[in-house]
Each structure stands twice: as structure tokens, then as C-alpha cells.
Design a binder for this molecule. Structure first.
Ligand SMILES: Cc1ncc(COP(=O)(O)O)c(C=O)c1O
Length: 439
């Protein structure tokens, strides 16, 4: 049995952990230089061109580029007319932005549970959570897997709800079945994408919404740019009819985005190849379940996530990740940030009903006629998933075979050593109190 690095053995890798990385070429660089030369960098014709290319690529009528995959969600909910007193059904297994966007409109996020295998919102639980106050559903195609969109659209139609697809992690994934060939994010009333570093397409920071609905487009455009009316052009400049926001992106990000969207298929192919390579290298390790596709469409890969079985491995995900970090392939800091260690309904913002201005508003607000509580046991499937689903690696296109080998070898080494220890009755306790407190 190979001695683990954390036990004083030789680490699998010494050249640094594998982290999210963007893939730019000279095309992006040259385009950015050209934009700089124009000396006009705020939103303009380059962004309009970027939006046109996004809409063409995804086969939709409209796209609007904005500052992030968080502000995308906000303008969509604002355009739906969501406000105080309304409820929006959200996922407990996602990044917090998918849920706090609801608070931005002073509405109430209501968590439905997920499916234990796909980690996607469970339509049956969505239905159970619907009340007369429900106005929208935000399904999240987590890690790149298409949602059960047929069931979700049926529920939405039955109850007259909006669907906002949070496709931040799944640009390029496609649905099969009734929506055969349509991209994830293009079936709901609005699709939301993130282009922050590490995502399938990156502009450093950024995001975009897509829709086929002219009215929603006009409204979202307004929320992107001080409530202006796009259809009125310059004449709309001082028509402040709404509480306003400014979520404009710069021409620099759009210049990068133009080349990234043109390479979307290539970038996804590389990610799929990397994931397939990891599948091969990681198969057959006891206690490690590999990611799969879903029956609703063709997935892409934002992250490669595995499910750890604590019974088989004799330790939990935190001990596992600490041992893996010592092997040099994994950065332990990632565990506590975006690696979904807490089910979203148990995040302090919800548990404490931490509202605006130090109040409990909108959770407890005279305009809200319901009563909301967030508590342990509310979404048991998600609560278990956060303990066992391990976000092993970004499978970004710049990874070399050697990097993937290192990832797989480290996982195999740690898993087999843990199982060996378990069999010998050696307790595993690598995670310090300090690390446990962080995650
Ligand atoms: C599912 C999901 N939704 C929303 C966001 C927010 O995107 P951004 O970081 O661009 O604000 C992210 C990622 O960061 C995400 O993964």
C-alpha cells in the first residue's frame, strides 16, 4: 500500500494543484487591443455584436450581456415582475446566487429538494411546494447536466409560473425528448448564463440572459441599463419609470466573449474528452461513484464531481479532501467556497432570515402573507448530497493528460489507503478542527 503524502509519503504531484483556468488565444488578445484603441470601452457596438452571436449560436431571438451570472438572474426576476409577497421555487444544491436573486426582488425563496442521482430539482417536490403565492421556478442545470425540463415546463404551465433556467454551468448542453436539440437555457422563459473565470466560456466576469419573448427582452434590457426603454432609443434617456440598476458589461469583456462563443463547441469537446479520460482512469475504485449523464439531454462538463461513500472509505469528504490536497492535486480552499458543502436552505442568510437593513425583510414582511422557515431536514436529499458529492476538478480545456493522470492517481491512492486503514481498524482523522470549522 502506497504511503499517503499526509502520512509522510511522496505526493503524487508537486507542481501545484489543478485549479480553474481560462483558455484565451491571440484572437481575444488582439480584439481587446483593438477595442482599447477606439478609446471607447463602455457598452457599445462590440457588446451588441457579442449579443447577436450568442443569440445566433443558441438559436434564440434575444441575448443581453450583463456583469455576471448573478445579475442575469436578478434582471430576469425583475422582468417577470416578481416582488414582495411572491414566492419562487429554488434548488438547495447550487451556488447561493441562484437563490439570493429572489431576495433582491424582496420575494421569498422556497426550497424544493433534489433528485439523489442527478442532483437536479425534483419535479414532484416542486409541485408540493407550490402555493397561491408561487410565481416562478429556478431550475439549475448543475455541473452541466440538463434539467428535467419537460416536467418543469408542464408544472409551470399548469400553475401559470415563469421558468428561469439557471444554466450558469451548462452552456452548450442540449435537451432531448420534447425539446430535442434545444440548448439548455433556451426552453424556459429566460435562460441565465455566467462567464466568470472557470466557466465553460469566460470573460473574466460576466454573464448573459437569453429569451424568445420580446416583452421580457425589453424589460430585462431596461433593468440592465437604468430602466431605459430600448425600443425608444436615445429618447428614453431620462424616462425613469422604475427602480433602476446598471448591470452593463464593457466592450472589453464582449470582445473576449465574441471569440469565446465562436469556440464554444471546441471548448466543450475538450471538457468532454477530459471527463471521459477521467471516467476511464477512475473506474472501479471502491467507494467512488463517477458522474453520469442524465436522461433529459446531452450534458457538458463544468466540473467533474464524484460521490464518496463514507461507509466504504471509512471517512468523510473533509478527511478525504485533506488527504487529497496533500497529494498535490487539490486546493483545500475550494472546499469551503463553491464546493457546495452546505445545502443552500441552511446557509446563514436563510437560517437567520438575514434581510435588508438588518431587518428580517423580506422573509417577514407585511406584504408577505405566507410563513417561511428554513431548517435542517427540509431537503434531506440535498443535505446528504452536500456531505458526499465531491467537486473533484474543473475539467478545463488546458488540462494535459499528465494533469488528469495526477488527479486520478491521487484519488485512487487516497481511496485505497483509506479502505486499507478501515480494514485494519486505523482511525482516519486528518481534518483539523480549524478546517472543519471553515467548511
Ligand atoms: C449555478 C450558478 N448560478 C449562478 C452563478 C453566479 O455567476 P457569477 O459568478 O457570474 O455571478 C454561478 C457561478 O458562479 C453558478 O454556478
Amino acid at each position: 500500500m502506497e504511503k499517503l503524502a499526509i502520512d509522510g509519503g511522496t505526493p503524487v504531484r508537486t507542481k501545484g494543484p489543478i485549479v480553474e483556468t481560462d483558455y484565451y488565444t491571440d484572437d481575444e488578445l488582439n480584439e481587446v487591443i483593438e477595442v482599447m484603441k477606439t478609446a471607447r470601452v463602455r457598452r457599445g457596438s462590440v457588446t451588441v455584436e457579442y449579443e447577436k452571436l450568442i443569440a445566433e449560436k443558441l438559436g434564440v431571438k434575444h441575448a443581453i450581456a450583463v456583469t455576471s451570472g448573478t445579475t442575469t438572474l436578478h434582471i430576469a426576476l425583475a422582468a417577470f415582475g416578481i416582488g414582495p409577497g411572491d414566492e419562487v421555487i429554488v434548488s438547495p444544491y447550487t451556488f447561493v446566487a441562484s437563490n439570493t436573486c429572489v431576495l433582491e426582488q424582496n420575494a421569498i425563496p422556497i426550497f424544493a429538494d433534489i433528485d439523489p442521482v442527478t442532483l437536479l430539482l425534483d419535479p414532484a417536490d416542486i409541485e408540493r411546494k407550490i402555493t397561491p403565492r408561487t410565481k416562478a421556478i429556478i431550475p439549475v442545470s448543475i455541473t452541466g447536466t440538463p434539467d428535467n425540463i419537460e416536467a418543469i415546463m408542464d408544472i409551470a404551465e399548469k400553475h401559470n409560473l415563469y421558468v428561469l433556467e439557471d444554466a450558469a454551468q451548462s452552456l452548450g448542453a442540449k435537451y432531448t425528448g420534447r425539446y430535442e436539440g434545444k440548448y439548455v437555457g433556451t426552453v424556459g422563459h429566460v435562460g441565465s448564463f455566467s462567464t466568470v473565470t472557470g466557466k465553460i466560456l469566460s470573460t473574466g466576469e460576466g454573464g448573459f440572459v437569453v429569451t424568445n419573448d420580446d416583452e421580457l427582452y425589453e424589460k430585462m434590457w431596461g433593468f440592465m441599463d437604468f430602466g431605459r426603454k430600448k425600443s425608444l432609443g436615445a429618447a428614453s434617456k431620462y424616462h425613469w419609470e422604475l427602480p433602476i440598476t446598471n448591470y452593463r458589461i464593457t466592450e472589453l469583456q464582449s470582445a473576449i466573449g465574441i471569440h469565446q462563443i465562436k469556440r464554444m463547441d471546441f471548448l466543450n469537446e475538450k471538457r468532454l474528452e477530459n471527463a471521459a479520460y477521467l471516467d476511464e482512469k477512475l473506474k472501479g475504485i471502491p467507494g467512488i461513484t463517477l458522474p453520469t449523464g442524465v436522461p433529459y439531454g446531452d450534458r457538458v462538463y463544468f466540473y467533474y464531481v464524484v460521490r464518496l461513500d463514507p461507509e466504504v472509505l471509512g471517512a468523510d469528504m473533509i478527511d478525504f479532501s485533506v488527504a487529497l490536497a496533500s497529494e498535490g492535486t487539490y486546493n483545500i480552499n475550494y472546499l469551503s467556497t463553491t464546493r457546495m458543502m452546505i445545502a443552500q436552505h441552511l446557509q446563514p442568510v436563510f437560517l437567520n432570515k438575514a434581510g435588508y437593513g438588518g431587518t428580517k425583510c423580506p422573509f417577514e414582511c407585511p406584504l408577505y402573507e405566507g410563513k417561511v422557515e428554513y431548517y435542517e431536514g427540509q431537503c434531506p436529499v440535498a443535505e446528504k448530497a452536500v456531505q458526499e458529492v465531491f467537486w473533484l476538478a474543473s475539467v478545463h480545456p488546458l488540462l494535459e493528460k499528465e494533469d488528469l493522470d495526477d488527479i486520478a492517481n491521487a484519488v485512487r491512492k487516497v481511496a485505497l489507503a483509506f479502505i486499507d486503514k478501515k480494514e485494519k481498524g486505523i482511525p482516519i482523522n486528518y481534518a483539523s478542527e480549524e478546517i472543519r470549522a471553515i467548511v
